[in-house]
Design a protein around this ligand. Structure first.
Ligand code: PCA
Length: 325
Protein backbone atom coordinates (compact mmCIF):
# COMPACT_ATOMS: atom_id res chain seq x y z
CA UNK A 1 0.00 0.00 0.00
CA UNK A 2 2.70 2.36 1.05
CA UNK A 3 4.75 1.41 -1.96
CA UNK A 4 1.84 2.14 -4.30
CA UNK A 5 1.12 5.47 -2.62
CA UNK A 6 4.76 6.55 -2.92
CA UNK A 7 4.82 5.40 -6.51
CA UNK A 8 1.74 7.47 -7.31
CA UNK A 9 3.05 10.60 -5.66
CA UNK A 10 6.34 10.30 -7.50
CA UNK A 11 4.42 10.06 -10.76
CA UNK A 12 2.30 13.03 -9.82
CA UNK A 13 5.41 15.03 -8.93
CA UNK A 14 7.03 14.15 -12.21
CA UNK A 15 3.93 15.36 -14.04
CA UNK A 16 3.96 18.65 -12.15
CA UNK A 17 7.64 19.24 -12.86
CA UNK A 18 7.13 18.45 -16.52
CA UNK A 19 4.24 20.90 -16.85
CA UNK A 20 6.06 23.72 -15.03
CA UNK A 21 9.19 23.07 -17.10
CA UNK A 22 7.11 23.43 -20.26
CA UNK A 23 5.59 26.72 -19.09
CA UNK A 24 8.79 28.30 -17.73
CA UNK A 25 11.04 30.14 -20.10
CA UNK A 26 14.68 31.11 -19.50
CA UNK A 27 16.20 34.22 -21.06
CA UNK A 28 19.97 34.71 -21.07
CA UNK A 29 20.88 38.40 -20.83
CA UNK A 30 24.38 39.34 -22.03
CA UNK A 31 25.96 42.42 -20.44
CA UNK A 32 29.37 43.87 -21.33
CA UNK A 33 30.67 45.36 -18.08
CA UNK A 34 32.22 44.10 -14.83
CA UNK A 35 29.96 42.04 -12.56
CA UNK A 36 30.68 44.47 -9.70
CA UNK A 37 29.73 47.53 -11.78
CA UNK A 38 26.35 49.05 -10.89
CA UNK A 39 24.96 48.47 -14.40
CA UNK A 40 25.52 44.74 -13.95
CA UNK A 41 24.21 44.69 -10.37
CA UNK A 42 21.17 46.66 -11.47
CA UNK A 43 20.62 44.25 -14.36
CA UNK A 44 20.80 41.31 -11.96
CA UNK A 45 18.15 42.96 -9.76
CA UNK A 46 16.00 43.59 -12.83
CA UNK A 47 16.34 39.93 -13.78
CA UNK A 48 15.37 38.82 -10.26
CA UNK A 49 12.39 41.20 -10.33
CA UNK A 50 11.09 39.63 -13.57
CA UNK A 51 11.70 36.08 -12.37
CA UNK A 52 9.85 36.75 -9.10
CA UNK A 53 7.13 38.90 -10.67
CA UNK A 54 6.30 36.25 -13.26
CA UNK A 55 6.20 33.55 -10.60
CA UNK A 56 9.13 31.86 -12.30
CA UNK A 57 7.35 31.64 -15.66
CA UNK A 58 10.06 33.86 -17.17
CA UNK A 59 13.50 33.50 -15.63
CA UNK A 60 16.13 36.02 -16.72
CA UNK A 61 19.80 35.14 -16.13
CA UNK A 62 22.43 37.86 -16.58
CA UNK A 63 25.92 37.24 -17.98
CA UNK A 64 28.18 40.24 -17.17
CA UNK A 65 31.74 41.03 -18.36
CA UNK A 66 31.02 40.12 -21.96
CA UNK A 67 31.05 36.45 -20.96
CA UNK A 68 28.18 35.41 -23.25
CA UNK A 69 28.61 38.01 -26.02
CA UNK A 70 31.15 40.82 -26.12
CA UNK A 71 29.79 44.36 -25.96
CA UNK A 72 30.08 44.93 -29.70
CA UNK A 73 28.22 41.68 -30.43
CA UNK A 74 25.26 42.12 -28.10
CA UNK A 75 22.97 44.29 -30.22
CA UNK A 76 23.17 42.02 -33.25
CA UNK A 77 22.76 38.92 -31.08
CA UNK A 78 19.46 40.26 -29.71
CA UNK A 79 18.27 41.56 -33.09
CA UNK A 80 18.79 38.17 -34.71
CA UNK A 81 17.32 36.23 -31.80
CA UNK A 82 20.54 34.48 -30.78
CA UNK A 83 19.58 35.69 -27.33
CA UNK A 84 16.25 37.32 -26.36
CA UNK A 85 17.48 40.28 -24.24
CA UNK A 86 20.67 42.26 -23.70
CA UNK A 87 22.33 45.48 -22.55
CA UNK A 88 24.30 47.74 -24.85
CA UNK A 89 25.93 51.16 -25.04
CA UNK A 90 23.93 52.37 -28.04
CA UNK A 91 26.29 55.23 -28.91
CA UNK A 92 28.69 52.58 -30.18
CA UNK A 93 26.18 52.04 -33.01
CA UNK A 94 26.20 55.62 -34.26
CA UNK A 95 27.41 54.26 -37.61
CA UNK A 96 23.96 52.65 -38.03
CA UNK A 97 22.13 55.85 -37.18
CA UNK A 98 23.53 59.16 -35.85
CA UNK A 99 20.62 59.34 -33.36
CA UNK A 100 22.21 56.49 -31.39
CA UNK A 101 25.04 58.92 -30.59
CA UNK A 102 22.79 61.62 -29.11
CA UNK A 103 24.11 60.94 -25.59
CA UNK A 104 27.75 61.51 -26.67
CA UNK A 105 27.53 65.06 -28.02
CA UNK A 106 30.27 66.95 -26.14
CA UNK A 107 29.11 69.41 -23.50
CA UNK A 108 25.40 69.17 -24.36
CA UNK A 109 24.17 67.27 -21.28
CA UNK A 110 26.91 67.12 -18.65
CA UNK A 111 25.06 66.28 -15.41
CA UNK A 112 22.85 63.38 -14.34
CA UNK A 113 19.82 65.70 -14.34
CA UNK A 114 20.51 66.84 -17.90
CA UNK A 115 21.28 63.30 -19.03
CA UNK A 116 17.79 62.29 -17.85
CA UNK A 117 16.23 65.25 -19.69
CA UNK A 118 18.09 64.46 -22.89
CA UNK A 119 16.99 60.85 -22.60
CA UNK A 120 13.38 61.97 -22.11
CA UNK A 121 13.67 64.02 -25.30
CA UNK A 122 15.39 61.25 -27.26
CA UNK A 123 13.57 58.17 -25.99
CA UNK A 124 10.60 58.09 -28.43
CA UNK A 125 12.91 58.43 -31.44
CA UNK A 126 15.40 55.88 -30.14
CA UNK A 127 12.58 53.44 -29.32
CA UNK A 128 11.20 53.84 -32.84
CA UNK A 129 14.61 53.21 -34.44
CA UNK A 130 15.11 50.11 -32.29
CA UNK A 131 11.61 48.91 -33.17
CA UNK A 132 12.58 49.14 -36.85
CA UNK A 133 15.54 46.89 -35.98
CA UNK A 134 13.36 44.19 -34.38
CA UNK A 135 14.06 45.43 -30.84
CA UNK A 136 11.79 46.53 -27.97
CA UNK A 137 13.40 49.13 -25.69
CA UNK A 138 12.96 48.46 -21.95
CA UNK A 139 15.10 50.90 -19.98
CA UNK A 140 18.27 52.97 -20.00
CA UNK A 141 20.83 53.86 -17.32
CA UNK A 142 23.53 56.57 -17.56
CA UNK A 143 27.26 56.23 -17.04
CA UNK A 144 28.89 58.89 -14.85
CA UNK A 145 30.37 62.02 -16.53
CA UNK A 146 33.27 61.33 -18.87
CA UNK A 147 36.81 62.50 -18.12
CA UNK A 148 40.28 61.92 -19.53
CA UNK A 149 42.88 59.40 -18.38
CA UNK A 150 46.62 59.80 -19.00
CA UNK A 151 49.96 58.67 -17.68
CA UNK A 152 51.38 62.19 -17.52
CA UNK A 153 50.09 65.67 -16.70
CA UNK A 154 48.13 67.16 -19.60
CA UNK A 155 47.40 70.87 -19.82
CA UNK A 156 46.04 71.12 -23.34
CA UNK A 157 45.53 69.30 -26.60
CA UNK A 158 49.20 69.87 -27.51
CA UNK A 159 50.12 67.42 -24.73
CA UNK A 160 47.80 64.80 -26.24
CA UNK A 161 49.25 64.64 -29.78
CA UNK A 162 50.35 61.20 -30.89
CA UNK A 163 48.98 59.31 -27.87
CA UNK A 164 47.38 55.92 -28.38
CA UNK A 165 43.83 56.54 -27.24
CA UNK A 166 41.32 53.83 -26.42
CA UNK A 167 37.86 54.61 -27.88
CA UNK A 168 34.50 52.96 -27.18
CA UNK A 169 32.25 54.66 -29.79
CA UNK A 170 32.34 57.04 -32.77
CA UNK A 171 32.43 60.15 -30.61
CA UNK A 172 35.46 59.00 -28.62
CA UNK A 173 37.29 58.04 -31.83
CA UNK A 174 36.47 61.42 -33.41
CA UNK A 175 37.64 63.27 -30.32
CA UNK A 176 40.94 61.40 -30.55
CA UNK A 177 41.37 62.35 -34.21
CA UNK A 178 40.58 66.00 -33.61
CA UNK A 179 43.11 66.07 -30.76
CA UNK A 180 45.80 64.48 -32.97
CA UNK A 181 45.72 61.16 -31.12
CA UNK A 182 45.52 57.61 -32.49
CA UNK A 183 42.20 55.98 -31.67
CA UNK A 184 41.91 52.24 -31.07
CA UNK A 185 38.49 50.72 -30.28
CA UNK A 186 38.64 48.45 -27.22
CA UNK A 187 35.93 46.92 -25.04
CA UNK A 188 35.92 47.94 -21.37
CA UNK A 189 36.44 44.25 -20.53
CA UNK A 190 39.78 44.36 -22.37
CA UNK A 191 40.92 47.77 -21.16
CA UNK A 192 43.36 46.66 -18.44
CA UNK A 193 45.14 44.38 -20.85
CA UNK A 194 45.34 47.08 -23.52
CA UNK A 195 46.95 49.47 -21.02
CA UNK A 196 49.30 46.78 -19.71
CA UNK A 197 50.53 45.88 -23.18
CA UNK A 198 50.76 49.48 -24.41
CA UNK A 199 48.06 49.07 -27.08
CA UNK A 200 46.47 52.12 -25.43
CA UNK A 201 47.96 54.73 -23.10
CA UNK A 202 45.04 57.10 -22.61
CA UNK A 203 41.25 57.14 -22.87
CA UNK A 204 38.03 58.93 -22.04
CA UNK A 205 35.53 57.31 -19.71
CA UNK A 206 33.91 57.58 -16.30
CA UNK A 207 35.66 57.18 -12.97
CA UNK A 208 33.55 54.01 -12.82
CA UNK A 209 35.29 52.21 -15.66
CA UNK A 210 38.74 53.37 -14.54
CA UNK A 211 37.96 51.97 -11.10
CA UNK A 212 36.46 48.71 -12.41
CA UNK A 213 39.61 48.15 -14.49
CA UNK A 214 42.10 49.27 -11.79
CA UNK A 215 43.76 51.64 -14.23
CA UNK A 216 45.94 53.17 -11.49
CA UNK A 217 48.21 50.20 -12.15
CA UNK A 218 49.14 51.85 -15.47
CA UNK A 219 48.03 55.52 -15.44
CA UNK A 220 48.52 58.55 -13.24
CA UNK A 221 45.99 61.28 -14.06
CA UNK A 222 42.21 61.54 -14.31
CA UNK A 223 40.95 64.93 -15.50
CA UNK A 224 37.29 65.59 -14.74
CA UNK A 225 35.89 67.02 -17.94
CA UNK A 226 32.17 66.12 -17.70
CA UNK A 227 32.15 65.87 -21.49
CA UNK A 228 28.92 63.81 -21.67
CA UNK A 229 27.15 60.88 -19.98
CA UNK A 230 26.68 57.97 -22.37
CA UNK A 231 23.98 55.43 -21.55
CA UNK A 232 23.44 51.69 -21.56
CA UNK A 233 20.15 50.45 -22.98
CA UNK A 234 18.35 47.20 -22.25
CA UNK A 235 16.24 45.82 -25.07
CA UNK A 236 14.38 42.67 -26.07
CA UNK A 237 14.12 40.81 -29.37
CA UNK A 238 10.70 41.74 -30.78
CA UNK A 239 9.72 38.17 -31.67
CA UNK A 240 10.55 37.04 -28.12
CA UNK A 241 8.54 40.00 -26.81
CA UNK A 242 5.56 39.14 -29.02
CA UNK A 243 5.68 35.58 -27.71
CA UNK A 244 4.96 36.74 -24.14
CA UNK A 245 1.49 37.08 -22.69
CA UNK A 246 0.26 40.52 -21.63
CA UNK A 247 0.76 39.86 -17.94
CA UNK A 248 4.43 38.94 -18.39
CA UNK A 249 5.01 42.01 -20.55
CA UNK A 250 3.53 44.14 -17.76
CA UNK A 251 5.94 42.52 -15.30
CA UNK A 252 8.87 43.34 -17.62
CA UNK A 253 7.72 46.94 -18.04
CA UNK A 254 7.22 47.38 -14.29
CA UNK A 255 10.63 45.91 -13.44
CA UNK A 256 12.21 48.04 -16.20
CA UNK A 257 10.80 51.27 -14.77
CA UNK A 258 12.09 50.29 -11.35
CA UNK A 259 15.51 49.43 -12.82
CA UNK A 260 15.72 52.80 -14.57
CA UNK A 261 15.09 54.67 -11.31
CA UNK A 262 17.42 52.45 -9.25
CA UNK A 263 20.11 52.52 -11.92
CA UNK A 264 20.22 56.31 -11.87
CA UNK A 265 20.58 56.35 -8.09
CA UNK A 266 23.32 53.73 -8.28
CA UNK A 267 25.14 55.75 -10.98
CA UNK A 268 25.22 58.83 -8.76
CA UNK A 269 26.51 56.86 -5.77
CA UNK A 270 29.14 55.02 -7.82
CA UNK A 271 30.51 58.30 -9.20
CA UNK A 272 31.88 59.59 -5.90
CA UNK A 273 32.82 56.10 -4.73
CA UNK A 274 34.94 55.38 -7.78
CA UNK A 275 36.63 58.79 -7.99
CA UNK A 276 37.75 58.19 -4.41
CA UNK A 277 38.86 54.72 -5.43
CA UNK A 278 41.07 56.16 -8.17
CA UNK A 279 42.62 58.51 -5.59
CA UNK A 280 43.19 55.64 -3.18
CA UNK A 281 44.85 53.78 -6.03
CA UNK A 282 47.33 56.67 -6.23
CA UNK A 283 45.98 58.68 -9.16
CA UNK A 284 45.64 62.43 -9.32
CA UNK A 285 41.95 63.18 -9.79
CA UNK A 286 41.52 66.85 -10.70
CA UNK A 287 39.28 69.14 -12.71
CA UNK A 288 40.61 69.84 -16.20
CA UNK A 289 42.51 73.14 -16.29
CA UNK A 290 41.21 76.17 -18.22
CA UNK A 291 43.49 75.68 -21.23
CA UNK A 292 42.63 71.99 -21.59
CA UNK A 293 38.95 72.78 -21.15
CA UNK A 294 39.09 75.53 -23.81
CA UNK A 295 40.77 73.15 -26.28
CA UNK A 296 38.16 70.47 -25.61
CA UNK A 297 35.31 72.98 -26.01
CA UNK A 298 36.60 73.80 -29.48
CA UNK A 299 36.73 70.13 -30.43
CA UNK A 300 33.25 69.78 -28.94
CA UNK A 301 31.90 72.54 -31.18
CA UNK A 302 33.21 70.76 -34.26
CA UNK A 303 31.74 67.46 -33.12
CA UNK A 304 28.37 69.05 -32.33
CA UNK A 305 28.19 70.63 -35.80
CA UNK A 306 29.11 67.32 -37.40
CA UNK A 307 26.49 65.42 -35.42
CA UNK A 308 23.73 67.91 -36.15
CA UNK A 309 24.55 67.77 -39.84
CA UNK A 310 24.44 63.94 -39.84
CA UNK A 311 21.39 63.55 -37.61
CA UNK A 312 19.22 65.97 -39.63
CA UNK A 313 15.70 66.98 -38.57
CA UNK A 314 15.23 64.21 -36.01
CA UNK A 315 18.48 65.11 -34.28
CA UNK A 316 17.72 68.82 -34.19
CA UNK A 317 14.23 68.13 -32.84
CA UNK A 318 15.69 66.12 -29.94
CA UNK A 319 18.28 68.77 -29.09
CA UNK A 320 15.67 71.57 -29.33
CA UNK A 321 13.24 69.65 -27.14
CA UNK A 322 16.01 69.01 -24.58
CA UNK A 323 17.00 72.68 -24.53
CA UNK A 324 13.41 73.75 -23.97
CA UNK A 325 13.04 71.55 -20.84
N1 PCA B 1 32.36 53.33 -19.35
C1 PCA B 1 32.19 52.61 -20.58
C2 PCA B 1 31.39 53.50 -21.45
C3 PCA B 1 31.31 54.80 -20.78
C4 PCA B 1 31.89 54.57 -19.43
O1 PCA B 1 31.91 55.39 -18.54
C5 PCA B 1 33.49 52.31 -21.22
O2 PCA B 1 34.49 53.00 -20.95
O3 PCA B 1 33.54 51.42 -22.06
Amino acid sequence: MNVIKTGLSVLAMAGLLASSAAAAERWDMPMAYAATNYHSENGADFAACVTAGSGGALEIVTHPSGSLFKGNEIKRAVQTGQTPIGERLLSAHQNENPIFGVDSIPFLATSFADSEKLWKAARPTVAKLLDEQNLVLLYSVPWPPQGLYFKKPVNGVADMRGLKFRSYNSATARLAELAGMLPVQIEAAELSQALATGVAESFISSGATGYDRKVWEHLTHFYEVDAWLPRNHIFVNKDAWNGLDGGTRDVLRGCADEAAANGLKRAVAYTAFTLNGLREGGMQVVKAGDALRADLMKIGETMTEEWLRQAGGDGKAIVDSFKSM
